[in-house]
Design a protein around this ligand. Structure first.
Ligand SMILES: Cc1cc2nc3c(=O)[nH]c(=O)nc-3n(C[C@H](O)[C@H](O)[C@H](O)COP(=O)(O)OP(=O)(O)OC[C@H]3O[C@@H](n4cnc5c(N)ncnc54)[C@H](O)[C@@H]3O)c2cc1C
Length: 409
């Protein structure tokens, strides 16, 4: 029998399988595709988030000239951003796993059976795998992780093009994290759910431009994003001349938390680990896999690793009370941003990126304590223009259940 079976070979699955193997457990993973099959998404990450993990070598591109246009003015971020070289990161995680004897098999998990001493997973082809603990990393639409119904689910949606353009859509060497300028939109379009441009110079005359809706329920349709992207490009005086790749991005920002008493573990999108206010996840799975693996390994060290006990320890490591409090604050942030019209969003982000960098970076990277987070949010309230401050207070009142959970849990 295996110690641990990992379901899924995305960033969460490969990170978790390698880390559990390195913790000395007997680990196998299953996924419908080969574990080194290309990941379909483009993953952005802040360079300073990879530094403590020793993983800056996993970047395919990086930019020092990183900016935001919240209103008409450009805000320099003075922080480096990168795109992961997916294949390099996959091979790195797989090599670590392979040194720790992690075995991967092509299969889709179809059924799970929770028994008192172990768990049995049956694949679509009928093969059974038994393990002391199962870690479901099968993404936002998880194969087995159970979650109670929660708030309405808001999705980030984006339509992106990698290609060449009649004129550069951003200046050479620039990364635009968010461009909320709206000169190309009619008065009625400015009242629709706001979208922004995420864009970067990939070198060799290629650029990635993506029209993005940070979060909306229901999500902004791809057709709207595509139309807006081309309108925005025309307003910037450019047009697509060749398409190399199209990215359709759609994922939930505020999936309800899983039931933390279930006898299997979730990790990654399956465990609602997406940062509710930014949509980022990869930093979290790379950073947090060792904490969860350690909690699991400790249960094995006790000599009686029955599934409910191992899973409880893992969920506790993943979602301790302090993180639940912070999540309530991030959810409040998300609900607030979804209530904002374009003008309020522009005012909000101008004030947000005027915060000291450790505060805005810590907020986006989930690196602040609850008190530091509250301090950063108060700083934002203090420096925001009156119309934004009023809207922030209204949202806090409207979502006082989240505020209460954050302050009382
Ligand atoms: C287009 C897009 C762009 C994104 N960009 C960023 C970004 O720039 N930065 C960032 O931090 N986050 C980003 N995200 C958010 C998040 O990081 C991704 O959704 C990420 O892929 C989630 O990782 P995961 O490993 O949890 O799940 P996934 O990457 O979805 O991997 C799930 C794995 O489980 C497998 N699987 C599914 N069902 C089964 C089954 N029944 N049995 C076995 N295996 C199964 C799948 O085949 C896959 O291997 C983006 C998301 C999308 C959709």
């Amino acid at each position: 029998m295996l110690d641990a079976l990992v379901i899924g070979a995305g960033p969460a699955g490969l990170a978790m399988a390698a880390t559990l193997g390195e913790a000395g457990l007997r680990v196998a993973g299953i996924a419908p595709q080969e574990p080194d099959a290309p990941w379909p998404n483009t993953y952005g990450i802040w360079v300073d988030e990879l530094e403590p993990l020793g993983l800056t070598g996993m970047l395919g591109h990086s930019w020092h000239d990183c900016t935001v246009y919240a209103g008409d003015d450009e805000i320099p971020l003075n922080r480096s951003y990168g795109l992961l070289d997916n294949q390099r990161l996959q091979l790195h995680l797989l090599a670590r796993g392979s040194r720790a004897h992690v075995q991967w098999q092509r299969a889709r998990a179809a059924q799970i059976e929770h028994l008192p001493t172990h768990t049995r997973v049956t694949t679509e082809s009928g093969q059974a795998h038994t393990a002391r603990v199962v870690i479901d990393t099968s993404g936002h639409n998880a194969a087995f992780v159970q979650r109670p119904p929660g708030r309405r689910v808001a999705c980030q949606a984006a339509y992106g093009i990698v290609g060449t353009f009649s004129a550069p859509p951003v200046r050479p060497g620039q990364l635009v994290l968010m461009d909320y300028r709206c000169g190309h939109l009619s008065a009625s379009e400015r009242r629709e759910p706001p979208t922004f441009l995420y864009a970067m110079d990939l070198g060799d005359g290629r650029y990635f431009v993506e029209e993005t809706s940070l979060a909306a329920a229901p999500p902004v349709p791809f057709a709207t994003l595509e139309r807006r992207l081309h309108r925005r490009l025309a307003h910037l005086g450019t047009a697509v001349t060749a398409v190399h790749h199209i990215e359709h991005c759609l994922f939930p920002m505020n999936l309800p938390l899983p039931d933390l008493r279930q006898p299997l573990v979730g990790f990654g999108g399956a465990a609602s680990m997406v940062h509710p206010a930014s949509g980022y996840l990869v930093n979290a799975v790379l950073r947090r896999a060792p904490e969860v693996a350690r909690a699991i390994a400790q249960q094995f060290a006790t000599g009686d690793p029955v599934p409910p006990r191992v899973a409880r320890a893992a969920w506790q490591a993943l979602w301790p009370a302090s993180r639940l409090r912070k999540r309530s604050l991030y959810l409040l942030g998300l609900e607030t941003l979804m209530r904002f019209d374009l003008r309020a969003l522009q005012g909000f982000f101008t004030s947000f990126f005027a915060l000291p960098q450790p505060q805005w970076a810590g907020y986006l990277g989930d690196a602040l304590s609850t008190m530091e987070l509250i301090y950063a949010m108060s700083g934002l309230l203090a420096r925001a223009p009156n119309h934004v401050r009023r809207a922030l207070i209204e949202s806090a009142y409207h979502n006082r259940d989240l505020l209460w959970q954050a302050l009382s849990a």
